[in-house]
Write a protein that binds this ligand. Structure first.
Ligand code: GLU
Length: 498
């Protein structure tokens, strides 16, 4: 046994990795890196009924996208492998048999119907969900109640059976959780947990404990939803004669509307739930990671933006809170804007090109796209917004905002815009700079003795189709003289009847 910190992220491939899972992975990763330890990925795929074939690939892709590189795992290998539980199945039955031999577990032969009957018979207002436990086990069909030779016969004849943990009758099971402090559970409230199923595969509890031990996991860091499993695990460690790892249960992720963040309420609030939705939505992985780090943890000072190295240096489990962490989408967007704006313009322009080309906007120069980025960056939350919100920089507007037209387009507006158009038509392409175009517009409004907005807003509508947007003069300079004049002409035609 080493003193080395070894943690694991142990997802079950039962669906796409959700954002809460990524937070668990991140906290494990930060803890491992802070202590110069190892971050292990283990795939807990013993539940055949819930197995989703694409899930493991989704987990791997998501971790890579987030920059959480594993030190050991199914793709990476390592000396504690294999790292998929389905490839370790003989191990578990061996330990289950040992538990039976030592009197800490037993074979049970009850059919589902027999268990249902027991539950129905014992159900009462005081005991709404009767358990298969220290009391009821004695009236069921198992190796504690049946004669030894009958048990042997049944096993030899291949009769379907499971192995259950023999939970003690009256005991307070305690352990120290790094986040929650002293935690205790009464054994009376626990079911005789199934350890090995009739298909010979282990349940999560047995496989998890066996693997955490064999893989020399020093700290188990996982979501609070697993806290109630911990007493069963503590019993298993004791019965197998092993020292349990240190436990740390992370606070739940809560919906801003209250309650645990579920798939359904996330959807209602527009919160992407699966990591693949963040990838598809072109969120910046650095922003997502920075945001997730603060979902239940804090630095203790007023820093909010941390590089991965700073996170690693600062991370500690004592600053993880016990109470639920509220998922604030606005905060995530704030992080995303921050990281988007911090990106070098040429790099961002390269990414914008991909989105633009996918939408059919081809043949644009790097310089053009870099100006698009500079114009749109302050108005964009995510990278694709640059194209979506800045469509008028790629294509003439198909429509003109009706509401803005009502406000800005008065009787004489057409004439004013026409005059402006005629003046800019007199500029050469080289003279068609933001400053010159602005000077032309100023000249017209001064000559007429009207406010700047009286002409600027209609020109903006005519050129971009919208009542607001980035700097209009830079926009026009980017589009170029002929394009601007063409758009003004079309808009004048379209608005002539207004
Ligand atoms: N396989 C469990 C899951 O899906 C792992 C829980 C644990 O970390 O022990 O999250």
């Amino acid at each position: 046994m080493t003193n080395h910190v070894r943690v694991r992220f142990a997802p079950s491939p039962t669906g796409m990795l959700h954002i809460g899972g990524l937070r668990t992975a991140l906290f494990n990763y930060l803890f491992a890196k802070h202590h110069k330890g190892s971050f292990v990925l283990r795939i807990e795929d013993t539940d055949q009924a819930r197995y989703v074939p694409d899930a493991e690939a989704d987990i791997t892709t998501s971790l890579k996208w987030a920059g959480l590189h594993v030190d050991e795992g199914p793709d990476k290998g390592g000396k504690f492998g294999p790292y998929r539980q389905s490839e370790r199945s003989e191990l578990y039955s061996k330990y289950a048999a040992k538990l039976v031999e030592d009197g800490h577990a037993y074979y049970a032969f009850d059919t589902a119907e027999e268990i249902d009957n027991m539950r129905q018979r014992l159900q009462s207002p005081d005991n709404p969900t009767p358990k298969y436990d220290s009391v009821t086990r004695m009236e069921m069909k198992n190796s504690l109640t049946l004669p030894a030779d009958e048990v042997k016969k049944r096993l030899e004849s291949g009769e379907p059976h499971i192995i259950r943990l023999k939970v003690p009758e009256n005991e307070t099971i305690r352990f120290d959780d790094l986040i929650r402090g002293d935690v205790s559970f009464e054994s009376r409230g626990l079911d005789d947990q199934v350890l090995l199923k009739s298909d010979g595969l282990p349940t999560y509890h047995l496989a998890n404990v066996v693997d955490d031990h064999l893989m020399e996991i020093s700290h188990v860091i996982r979501g609070e939803e697993w806290l109630s499993s911990a007493p069963k695990h503590i019993l298993l460690y004791r019965y197998l004669g092993w020292k349990p790892p240190v436990m740390a249960h992370l606070p739940l992720i809560m919906s801003p509307k209250g309650g645990k963040l579920s798939k359904r309420n996330a959807e209602e609030l527009g919160i992407p739930i699966n990591v693949r939705d963040y990838i598809a939505g072109a969120y910046e992985p650095a922003a997502v990671i920075n945001f997730l780090a603060y979902l239940g943890w804090s630095t203790g000072d007023d820093r909010e933006i941390l590089t991965p190295d700073e996170m690693i240096a600062t991370f500690s489990l004592d600053r993880v809170s016990k109470s639920g962490a509220i998922f604030d989408l606005k905060k995530l967007e704030w992080y995303n804007e921050h990281y988007l704006r911090a990106m070098p313009v040429p790099q961002l322009a390269g990414r914008v090109r991909e989105v633009a080309e996918r939408e059919g906007y081809t043949g644009l120069t790097d310089a053009y796209l870099e100006t698009v980025v500079r114009l749109m960056i302050e108005r964009s939350v995510r990278m694709p917004d640059i194209v979506e919100q800045g469509r008028f920089l790629f294509d003439a507007p198909k429509t003109i905002d009706e509401g803005a037209v009502k406000k800005a387009w008065k009787e004489n507006t057409g004439e004013l815009v026409t005059e402006f158009r005629d003046k800019i038509a007199g500029l050469s392409e080289a003279e068609f700079t933001a400053a010159q175009v602005k000077a032309v517009l100023s000249g017209v409004v001064e000559a007429k003795g009207i406010g700047f907005g009286k002409l600027m807003l209609p020109v903006r509508l005519a050129v971009t189709g919208a009542g607001s947007g980035p700097d209009l003069f830079q926009t026009m300079a980017l589009l170029g003289r002929d394009e601007v004049i063409g758009r003004i002409n079309r808009s004048l035609d379209q608005l002539a009847t207004k």
